[in-house]
Design a protein around this ligand. Structure first.
Ligand code: SAM
Length: 226
């Protein structure tokens, strides 16, 4: 059974697609999608040998060799355009790393696959990358999985022009509209944490004024949406 986080990602994977799951670790997500006949075919990729071995073992033990192909590769270099991948999932990493993977693999995005992303931190960086590369968000959700809060975003390539403002980039255009209880909790906790950090900084003999100002600005942004 999948964790709530992975199960939520799985919900957004369209039926009959050809999937690449980058950084698949145990390949739990593509294995689940193959067992439930959601995907037509899946490539599970890993850059590290240990997780790659876990993945190969998982695919063998579940008898999914025909449906799932394991590949040892860095980011989107796991595929070529002839794999006809039309959905890419990248989850459980920082937003900066996911952005780097997308940046370095831009040639592999020529078919404009659907992107389903779950950054553990720095979702802002990723939303900005999506906007700069004509990927428009079509779904966003936020889930609490055993007291860890995760943001999940689904983005589709578009020729239409669109723009997110600073607030939408920071909080997520859909999440901002929904303002779900999990969203409120995340940002309420973040604001309390930042206020605590400011207090600690102000206690020092030489408070770092520039950093304090930047954090105060973040707090103000959060205050405006809560
Ligand atoms: N995607 C799974 C999930 O959401 O549960 C596993 C997340 S795990 C924390 C991150 C995995 O990404 C690690 O196994 C790591 O080896 C892999 N990884 C990190 N950078 C990568 C890259 N550039 N290409 C492929 N895999 C990568």
């Amino acid at each position: 059974q999948l964790s709530k986080r992975l199960a939520t990602i799985a919900k957004y994977v369209p039926n009959g697609c050809r999937l690449l799951d980058v950084g698949s670790d145990h390949a739990y997500l593509p294995a689940y999608l193959a067992i439930h006949h959601v995907i037509q075919h899946g490539i599970a990729s890993e850059v590290a040998k240990g997780p790659y071995t876990n993945m190969v073992n998982e695919i063998k033990s579940t008898g999914l060799e025909k449906m799932l192909t394991p590949r040892l590769a860095n980011g989107l270099h796991a595929i070529t355009l002839s794999d006809h991948v039309n959905v890419i999932t990248i989850s459980g990493m920082g937003g900066e790393l996911i952005k780097d993977i997308l940046d370095q693999g831009q040639a592999k995005l020529a078919n404009h696959p659907l992107l389903i992303l779950q950054p553990n931190v720095d979702a802002y960086i990723l939303r900005k990358w999506l906007m700069m590369h004509h990927y428009q968000l079509i779904h966003e959700t936020i889930v609490d999985d055993h007291h860890e809060i995760y943001e999940i975003m689904v983005a589709k390539w578009t020729t239409q022009s669109f723009k997110y403002n600073h607030q939408q980039l920071f909080f997520g255009p859909f999440l901002l509209k929904q303002k779900s209880p999990v969203f409120i909790k995340k940002w309420h906790d973040e604001r309390r944490h930042l206020e605590f950090v400011i207090k600690q900084m102000n206690r020092s003999s030489k408070p770092p004024l520039k950093r304090i100002k930047a954090i105060q600005h973040r707090c103000q942004l959060i205050k405006e949406v809560l």
